[in-house]
Every structure is written in structure tokens, then in C-alpha cells.
Design a binder for this molecule. Structure first.
Ligand code: UD1
Length: 371
């Protein structure tokens, strides 16, 4: 019989795919998840895509008693649960701190008395804030930010003092964290807490810093989720995607299958006390991504709306340097964006997406977090 692995937050998008991959590799899987309505809909039933071979416990990550039971006989833990809306985290501060920070503390307290031999925690590129940049003077800039004043003037790019636009570079793990939202702060806390306790109690621990993960099973009706799911939901409802700024901001889209392979390598390799970027290492602009998605959905007649508006806390560019992942995990992303979007489109054909973007955006407007 294979080792038992616990996935906290395992009913979500990444967790459910990871469940499939672990079962395929011969592990036994136990999931603990509270089926958050924002992700799973108001009825909050166990999602039909969840692999029936996995054991399922419905409980909150802050439920210490449930976690204690869930950890019985477990050899390794993947810690995935998180509230994930960057903008939303700036007004639902207690909720984000509760799930992300307190939830992690509850897990860690319960881990101390177990025979768990590996902990893998989902961290995020959000902790970097802006990615790494090079100025026209050749200097590397580690802690650049955009001011709200600059954004109000539609000066989207990061510039040197002489006004020249800085060049974005692949971001390595050594980049100084620059925490621009409660969400980013909470992900950094999650990562640090796990690494610190793992090190102190000799539980080999690895933090994987996910970039913009996409794929099937993303919560399409959750307007606080990633941009691809939001755009898909707009196209499916025959509405134009709403692009912030000028659409030239760059991101690193990594397919959920590649993320799951990386997770399994982190589990199986003899490594500890490391934070590792998991991206594709390739960047796309947001406009490009909207266009690519419209092509696979046959919706090229719908022109995206380039709004010139912005979200406070958004970054301009960030894409991953994946050298460390290649070296220590043997990680090699396999799914190109083109291939990943074709698979996504096939899945989307049978999905109903409730487009709630207007609600999400008006919440940001009401709080002065967009303009
Ligand atoms: C953020 C987090 C990331 C998290 C992800 C999903 C940061 C730096 N990163 O990433 O860790 O996993 O959210 O919650 O905080 N956009 C539009 N129109 C839309 C929605 C988004 O143009 O309707 C643009 C945004 O302005 C942004 C880009 O698309 O420039 C990507 O946005 P999003 O998917 O929210 O993710 P990130 O901000 O990259």
C-alpha cells in the first residue's frame, strides 16, 4: 500500500489535480477542505471532478480537532488552502488572515505530534510584488514599486530617474519580497511559518512559489480568481474581457499539470528548507492572453475592452526564473500556453460560468481600490 498523503484545501483547482497525480503515482490521498462557497458555489457540495478514490473530510483549516484526526497515519502534507483575491484581501482583512495565517498555524501546531516526513506549502509569486528589473544604467532594481499617483497619470511602466523605461527580467527566488497586499503578506507568512517550523522540528519542508496557474476546474464564477478564468467567464457570456491598464503587463502562465508534477518532485526529492519558483519561465502580455483565449473559444469577434483603469496593488510585470526548480526538482514545464488553452477550451464547452465581474469591480470601486 502506498504512503498516505494529506492535501489541505484539496477540493480546489490545484488540489484536485494533485490528488489525481498522486493516486496515479500509487499514493493514498486524504483531503480536508471546507468547500468555501466563493469557490464551490452556494450549495457547497463535493465537486463532481474530485477523484472518488480519495478520502474526503469536510472541515475548516482552523478546526484543530478535525486536523488532528486527518493527520493520523499521514506521511506527507500538501498545504494548499487560501483565500486568493488580491483586491478582496484589502478589505476582507480578517477573513484572509484567518484562513491563510491562522489556518497555517493550526496545521503546524498539529503537525508537531505526528510522524509526517514532508511538508510542501503553496506559496505565491505575489510575495515579490514587482518582478526584477534592469535600468538603462545597467543596474538591477529589486524593490521598485509604482505609486498610485503615477497610475492615475496612466504611467504604467516602471522608469529610472532619467525617465527611461526599465526592462523586466526573469525573477529569481533571491529577489527581495515586496508585499503589496494582505494576500501577499499572508502567503509570505504561510511560507515562512512552514519553513521555520519545518526547520526547527526537522520536518523537511519546501515552499513552492506558484506563478499564474491555469487549467481545467478553475472556479469560473469566482470573480476574485485569476485572469484567465475571469476572461473565460466573460467570453462564455458573450461579453468582452475588461483589461486593466494598457494590456501590456506581463505574466507567467503555468499549467496546472506542470504545477502538480513540480509538487510531486518536491515530495519525492530529498530536499528541505527551500523556496522554489514554479512558473513556465515564459511571459505573455494580458492582451496577448485575451487574444489567444478568444481564438481557442472561437470568440475573436469579441474585442477585449482596454479600459485604462487600474487596480491598486497590481504589479506591472513578473515572470519566473525557473533555474532553481530545474536544478533541484528536475522540473521542466511541458504544457505550452497554446496547448493548455486548447484543453481549457474543450472543458469550457460544458461549463456554465456566472459572470460576476461587475460585482467584484464595483466592490473595488466602492473602496477606492481601482480607478
Ligand atoms: C495575483 C497574485 C497571485 C494570485 C493571483 C490570483 C500578485 C502579484 N499576484 O496575480 O499570487 O495567484 O492574483 O488570485 O498579487 N486583469 C485584467 N482584467 C481582469 C482581471 C485581471 O486586465 O478582469 C489583469 C490584472 O490587472 C493583472 C493581470 O490581469 O495585470 C493578472 O491578474 P490576476 O490574474 O488577478 O493575477 P496577478 O495579479 O498576476
Amino acid at each position: 500500500m502506498g504512503d498516505l498523503v494529506l492535501i489541505t484545501g484539496g477540493a480546489g483547482f490545484i488540489g484536485s489535480h494533485l490528488t489525481d497525480e498522486l493516486l496515479k503515482r500509487g499514493y493514498r490521498v486524504r483531503i480536508i477542505d471546507n468547500l468555501l462557497p466563493q469557490v464551490h458555489g452556494s450549495v457547497s457540495v463535493k465537486p463532481s471532478y474530485l477523484n472518488p478514490e480519495a478520502e474526503f473530510i469536510r472541515a475548516d483549516i482552523c478546526d484543530s480537532e478535525a486536523l488532528r484526526k486527518a493527520l493520523k497515519g499521514v506521511k506527507a502534507v500538501f498545504h494548499l488552502p487560501a483565500s486568493v483575491g488580491v483586491g478582496q484581501s484589502m478589505y476582507q482583512i480578517k477573513k484572509y488572515t484567518q484562513t491563510n495565517n491562522i489556518g497555517t498555524s493550526v496545521l503546524l501546531e498539529n503537525l508537531l505530534h505526528t510522524s509526517v516526513e514532508k511538508l510542501v506549502v503553496a506559496s505565491s509569486m505575489s510575495i515579490y510584488g514587482e518582478g526584477l528589473y534592469k535600468g538603462s544604467d545597467g543596474f538591477i532594481h529589486n524593490t521598485t514599486i509604482r505609486t498610485v499617483d503615477q497610475l492615475r497619470k496612466a504611467q504604467w511602466d516602471l522608469c529610472c530617474e532619467d525617465g527611461t523605461v526599465m526592462e523586466p527580467l526573469p525573477t529569481p527566488e533571491s529577489k527581495v519580497p515586496c508585499l503589496a497586499s494582505i494576500y501577499a503578506l499572508s502567503k509570505y507568512d504561510q511560507e515562512r511559518m512552514c519553513l521555520l517550523i519545518g526547520n526547527a522540528y526537522n520536518i523537511p519542508t519546501v515552499a513552492l512559489r506558484f506563478f499564474n496557474v491555469y487549467g481545467t476546474r478553475q472556479a469560473l464564477s469566482n470573480p476574485y480568481t485569476g485572469v484567465l478564468a475571469i476572461f473565460a467567464s466573460r467570453y462564455l457570456n458573450s461579453r468582452p474581457p475588461m483589461i486593466f491598464e494598457d494590456g501590456k503587463q506581463r505574466r507567467d502562465f503555468v499549467h496546472v499539470y506542470d504545477v502538480c508534477t513540480a509538487c510531486c518532485c518536491a515530495l519525492e526529492r530529498c530536499i528541505a528548507n527551500l523556496s522554489i519558483n514554479i512558473g513556465s519561465g515564459i511571459y505573455y502580455s494580458i492582451s496577448q492572453v485575451a487574444l489567444e483565449l478568444s481564438k481557442v473559444l472561437g470568440k475573436t469577434d469579441i474585442e477585449p475592452l482596454i479600459s485604462g483603469k487600474f487596480r491598486i496593488g497590481d504589479i506591472r510585470h513578473c515572470f519566473a526564473d525557473i533555474t532553481l526548480a530545474k536544478n533541484v526538482l528536475g522540473y521542466k514545464p511541458k504544457i505550452t500556453l497554446e496547448k493548455g488553452l486548447i484543453e481549457l477550451a474543450a472543458w469550457l464547452e460544458n461549463q456554465i460560468a456566472h459572470d460576476k465581474l461587475d460585482i467584484a469591480n464595483s466592490e473595488l470601486v466602492a473602496r477606492g481600490l481601482t480607478s
